[in-house]
Design a protein around this ligand. Structure first.
Ligand SMILES: [Zn+2]
Length: 327
């Protein structure tokens, strides 16, 4: 899932392709993606407006349009952006198409259709207005980790008094905007901090390492145009950061620092990767709950094949209802 560096890369690569162009048309075959306003109003609101700027906030793309209007694109899991000539057709996963005044089209491809679009008014301060949805939009996002105002001092103030484990805290968008599973694991590895460690137990030196680890890994990932794991790709193609990850999805491979195998545990339904040698859990943090999370997963003994491994087709037993029930 695209995180801050991936969405930042998309914003940077989208800007030269759309800024200065006017939207001449809009069509969609998936209007449910339009969060605000109603699809027909979205179309009339967007057509005829020029794109002035493309920026990123948290994991959203924010396109500033003429008339103090901002269009938001949330790419979510599988959203991809392309600017292509209209002749290139035939991709059934393209769900939203914006005609551009230079004759090209901005297309949003989204295999799983979790992405969202919105069109909002801005007030003088740049805040998005015009709907309850808009007011809700960014209110739950914490500070931008690469904002110059987000200094080490600000980070210390921000993290002190926080409860919970470091991994969960880094994933919390209300704490810091834009970090997801990849860069939470990578930042904690760089900072040599165990993902299950409690935020409250950090000493000043731990805070300092974590702060710089977050900023460094996100900065490096932007320089390398993001991590093309899963579906992420940007307008100029795949990123390269996936080749420079130290722990994420490297279970069993040697830690680049100490050579010991990378471990994976599941925390809050998310895979969490770390080096148990470089990222020690202090003795006072080895609570029963943490020890349970760290215990090697016991595989349930399987009796015969799963239903999904049984033959399918006419006469197959219960395939449809089972598929529904298992979701
Ligand atoms: Zn290590």
């Amino acid at each position: 899932m695209p995180e801050l560096p991936e969405v930042e890369t998309m914003a940077r690569e989208l800007a030269p392709r759309v800024v200065g162009r006017t939207f001449t048309s809009f069509r969609t075959d998936w209007p449910r993606a339009i969060k605000y306003p109603a699809p027909d109003r979205f179309e009339s609101g967007v057509v005829g407006r020029e794109v002035l700027d493309v920026a990123r906030r948290a994991k959203w793309l924010v396109l500033t349009l003429t008339g103090d209007v901002a269009m938001i694109i949330q790419v979510k899991m599988t959203g991809q952006l392309f600017v292509l000539p209209p002749e290139v057709t035939g991709d059934k996963h393209v769900h939203h198409v914006f005609g551009l005044s230079d004759g090209l089209e901005l297309r949003i491809r989204d295999t799983r259709k979790f992405g969202r679009l919105g069109l909002y008014r801005r007030d003088e301060a740049g805040t998005l207005l015009g709907a309850d949805e808009a007011a809700e939009l960014f209110k739950d996002h914490g500070p931008e980790p690469l904002d110059p105002a987000f200094t080490l001092r600000a980070f210390r103030k921000h993290i002190r008094g926080r409860k919970g484990r470091l991994k969960s805290l880094l994933l919390d968008q209300k704490f810091i905007a834009g970090i997801g599973n990849i860069y939470a694991d990578e930042a904690l590895w760089r900072a040599r901090l165990h993902p299950l460690r409690s935020a409250a137990s950090l000493r000043p030196d731990d805070e300092r390492r974590l702060y710089f680890a977050i900023r460094d890994v996100l900065g490096e990932a932007i320089d390398r145009r993001g991590s093309s794991v899963d579906d992420y790709t940007s307008l100029e193609g795949d990123g390269e950061m996936q080749d420079y990850l130290n722990v994420y999805q490297r279970t069993g491979e040697g830690c680049p620092r100490c050579g010991r195998p990378t471990r994976r545990i599941v925390l809050g339904a998310r895979g969490t990767h770390f080096c148990s040698w470089c990222q020690r859990l202090p003795v006072d943090q080895q609570t029963p709950a943490n020890r349970k999370l760290l215990a090697p997963a016991r595989r349930a003994a399987r009796k015969g094949p799963k239903w999904s491994e049984l033959p399918t087709g006419p006469g197959a037993i219960g395939a449809r209802p089972a598929a529904k029930a298992s979701r």
